[in-house]
Ligand binder design. Structure first.
Ligand code: DAH
Length: 350
């Protein structure tokens, strides 16, 4: 018996020395500890032995079983570690290799303008609201004091879908929506940036372009509030030295109405090609909300007053980035968009 045990021990040691994979180790396990394994066989003739002998053989067999087991487990651990290390070595990353250049996009010049406009008005306590581009004639015209047949309708070349539906020609439609939606008739302070559509196309007009509408309704709102607001707005968008001037004008939804000019940010007002030597650039339409518009929106004009303004967003992008053709803003030509990388955000007029 002792001899057998010694044979097992030496054979195990040499087997363990030559084993190199976990798979082979599994086979060794079977060779020694399996049903017909060498260690198992040591006790195969137990029933033929006396009680004394059984005790003796059982003890030796247990000891050798334990020894074999622990050696196999140690080897298993060793092989597992080795496998992991090999794997790590193989998969190691060479951090000195130059990486593939990732092409980064940039914010679209139009969106930069929208974000600046929103930032400014949100800081003044306005809500930013949305309205549908497919609009009713009612919201786009009638509720804004432009009844059927009104001559001013001709100035907005409208895409009609049918008798009642159209693609909105102005974000002013959202004025009508907001007034109706405000059931409690509380003060309103909102802007609505969005797309509008007109049957028009050349270097400075696109069939689709962006506008932002502003509407304030409260008690005791005056033209001075409008002017103060637009002055701050113009400075934010075009630079601290920008001056603002109001010229009398006409819009059906405001009374009085004004057209708003800003001092030319290119020549500072001296006169240049951009401002056509006048020193001023027209940027906005605005005025005090017409009593009819207030009334149709459910606000009593004896109690409430308000101002409204509307301006094209594309023009601001064209001014700021000296973009010569409005269509560049909509064709998504990568050669155009690439020019607006992050660097020039620092050079924006703020
Ligand atoms: N909706 C006008 C347009 O598209 C712009 C405008 C003018 C909006 C005066 C206003 C306003 O709110 O008061 O030409």
């Amino acid at each position: 018996m002792k001899e057998k045990v010694e044979v097992i021990k030496t054979s195990l040691d040499s087997d363990l020395n030559s084993v190199t994979s976990l798979n082979d180790l599994g086979q060794l396990k079977a060779k020694y500890l399996g049903k017909k394994g060498l260690v198992t066989l040591l006790t195969s003739n137990m029933k033929d032995l006396s009680i004394e002998e059984r005790k003796e053989v059982g003890k030796i067999a247990n000891e050798i079983r334990e020894e074999v087991n622990s050696k196999l487990t140690n080897k298993e651990e060793e092989l597992k570690n080795k496998e992991l290390n090999d794997k790590l070595e193989k998969e190691s990353i060479d951090i000195s290799l130059p990486s593939k250049k990732i092409k980064r996009g940039s914010r679209h010049p139009f969106n930069r303008i929208v974000e600046d406009v929103e930032d400014f008005f949100v800081s003044m306590g306005y809500d930013v609201v949305d309205g549908p581009e497919l609009e009713t004639d009612e919201n786009c015209f009638r509720l804004l004091n432009l009844p059927d047949g009104h001559p001013a309708r001709d100035t907005q070349d409208t895409f009609y879908i049918d008798e009642e539906y159209l693609l909105r020609t102005q974000t002013s439609s959202v004025q009508a929506r907001e007034m109706q939606a405000n059931k409690e008739k509380t003060p309103i302070r909102m802007i609505c940036p969005g797309k509008v559509y007109r049957r028009d196309e050349d270097a400075t007009h696109s069939h689709q372009f962006g506008q932002v509408e502003g509407l304030v309704i409260d008690k005791n709102i005056s033209l001075a509030d409008l002017k103060g607001t637009l002055e701050l707005f113009a400075k934010k968008m075009l630079g601290e030295n920008t001056k603002v001037r109001f010229r009398p004008s006409y819009f059906p939804f405001t009374e009085p109405s004004v057209e708003v000019d800003v001092s030319c940010f290119k020549c500072g007002g001296k006169g240049c090609s951009l401002c056509k030597q006048t020193g001023w650039i027209e940027v906005l339409g605005a005025g005090m909300v017409h009593p009819n518009v207030l009334r149709m929106g459910g606000y009593d004009p004896e109690v409430w007053t308000g101002f409204a303004f509307g301006t094209g967003l594309d023009r601001f992008a064209m001014f700021r980035y000296a973009i010569p053709d409005i269509r560049y803003l909509y064709t998504n030509d990568i050669r155009f968009l690439e020019q607006f990388d992050r660097k020039d955000e620092e050079n924006e007029i703020k």
